[in-house]
Ligand binder design. Structure first.
Ligand code: EPZ
Length: 432
């Protein structure tokens, strides 16, 4: 199993090109199940979750064609995939895949809408919380499906097809909004989704579905109105930039000091993150295709309180990284996690690097220290892992981060991108 070794204390200077968004690309790929024609996606990130989802789609009968290509900026980190679901040959999404990647469960709505049946494994809990599927199931049942839980699987039938319905989510859920949007696009009649998630990845999915012929109104709001179509057609679409990768590298510059231009991205996707970074003492200059982030290494980082919220609030996927930044600050910060009940697994590992953090229920009190020091650490999920990378970049001495496969699920060529800006970071193959 690979590890990442960092010798910290080097400010970052240079340019980082941001990849396509994993959390947008995954539902966009699933949307290919809604049509017999080909859906081609550009600017696909090279990360492990994408490969895993391609495998899942292929075993439903999708023909996938991957081809490396540039992203139009003269670089070659874009990649296109063409997905053709001419025939769905299998409506079972197995436990072996879905338990490793929750986004796999998103095939439930599209398979049900297209084939009238689906058997999809419950994803189970994961390192950040219990993550139930009740909103997906209740919504599809409101659209006429019958769903039983049998041996850990959601066994769903809609022999008469799905019907439009008025659905109000009692919790804002990105996945349930995506699942029901896709199902409603092929349902009979009008579906209204109230209290829908407004994350930019939802808007990206709406734009693809519209390009496939779907009738969806209300994008960017929490009320989506979908008039189902009998058929959707193929489309050619470019995946949005990864806002979490953007925020992560911005915070890397914050924690080390320096000046880095982030390209191929959009500042408007992370306004809430920019606001707290500016309060913490980072300078953000918006550019045409991203931003320039800087902090004088001699200027201390200020403590700022943060509470995670659904979009447009501060994202939970940027909570661990901000905690690393606050651990290296000159002040104190209260960080409150409201989306997931167990998303502080990085705290004991950050503490191994010298961070001073006390967790009280859903809040963590971080008292900044300039004395972070390298140590071997281990991570439990994607964003927790990257928070350890950030802390390692600031720590004196050597930090060895184990279980790098978590990072590989969502960050493309992380060590290359950071090393190009002067970080002393390497992947060490085969060390546990
Ligand atoms: C998406 O997960 C993202 N994953 C997550 O990113 C992200 O943290 C999360 O949205 C919140 O922004 C992908 O897009 C692939 P939710 P998702 O349904 O859709 C509760 C990362 O690091 N809930 O919005 O699974 C749930 O337990 C990952 O890239 C129900 O109660 O999240 C949670 O408390 C991690 N019932 C809240 O809603 C349900 O049926 C929000 O979850 C569904 C969700």
């Amino acid at each position: 199993m690979d590890s990442i070794r960092i010798r910290g204390g080097k400010p970052l200077y240079g340019k980082i090109e941001i990849s396509g968004a994993k959390n947008a690309a995954l539902p966009l790929m699933v949307a290919s199940l809604l049509t017999e024609e080909t859906v081609t996606l550009h600017n696909l990130p090279h990360v492990a979750d994408i490969t895993m989802l391609i495998n899942l789609l292929c075993q439903h009968g999708v023909k996938a064609h991957l081809n490396g290509e540039g992203n139009g900026n003269g670089n070659s980190n874009g990649r296109a995939v063409s997905l053709t679901a001419k025939e769905i040959t299998n409506t079972v999404a197995p436990y072996e895949i879905v338990r490793k990647m929750r986004a796999g469960a998103l095939v439930l709505g599209p398979l049900l809408a297209r084939e009238g049946k689906a058997k999809v494994s419950l994803p189970g809990g994961c390192a950040i919380g219990t993550r139930p599927m009740n909103l997906h199931v209740d919504g599809l049942e409101a659209m006429g499906a019958k769903i039983e839980i049998e041996a850990g699987y959601m066994v769903a039938h809609a022999p008469e097809g799905l019907k439009g319905a008025e659905i109000r989510f009692d919790t804002v859920s990105v996945g349930a909004t995506e699942d029901l949007l896709m199902a409603a696009a092929l349902a009979d009649g009008v579906t209204v989704l109230e209290n829908a998630a407004r994350e930019p990845e939802i808007t990206d999915l709406i734009h693809l579905l519209q390009a496939m012929g779907a009738d969806i109104k209300g994008e960017g709001t929490d009320r989506l109105v979908i008039t189902g179509k009998e058929k959707l057609h193929g489309a050619d679409y470019t995946v949005m930039p990864d806002r979490i990768e953007t925020g992560t590298y911005a915070m890397a510059v914050g924690i080390t000091g320096g000046k880095v231009e982030l390209t191929n991205t959009r500042a408007d996707l992370i306004e809430a993150v920019i606001e707290v970074m500016e309060e913490a003492g980072l300078t953000i200059e918006r550019t045409e295709d991203g931003m320039i982030v800087s902090r004088d290494p001699e200027t201390p980082i200020q403590g700022v309180d943060v509470q995670t919220q659904p979009y447009p609030g501060y994202p939970t996927d940027m909570q661990a990284q901000f905690m690393a930044l606050m651990a290296a600050s000159n002040g104190a910060s209260m960080i409150t996690e409201t989306i997931f009940e167990n998303r502080f697994m990085h705290v004991p590992e950050l503490s191994r690097l010298g961070a001073n953090i006390n967790v009280h229920g859903r809040s963590a009190m971080v008292r900044g220290t300039k004395e972070l020091a390298g140590a071997p650490v281990m991570a439990t999920d994607l964003r927790a892992s990257v928070s350890l990378v950030l802390a390692g970049l600031a720590a004196s001495g050597e930090t060895l981060i184990n279980r790098v496969y978590h990072l590989d699920r969502g960050y493309e060529r992380l060590e290359e991108k950071l090393a190009a800006c002067g970080a002393d970071i390497q992947r060490v193959q085969g060390e546990a």
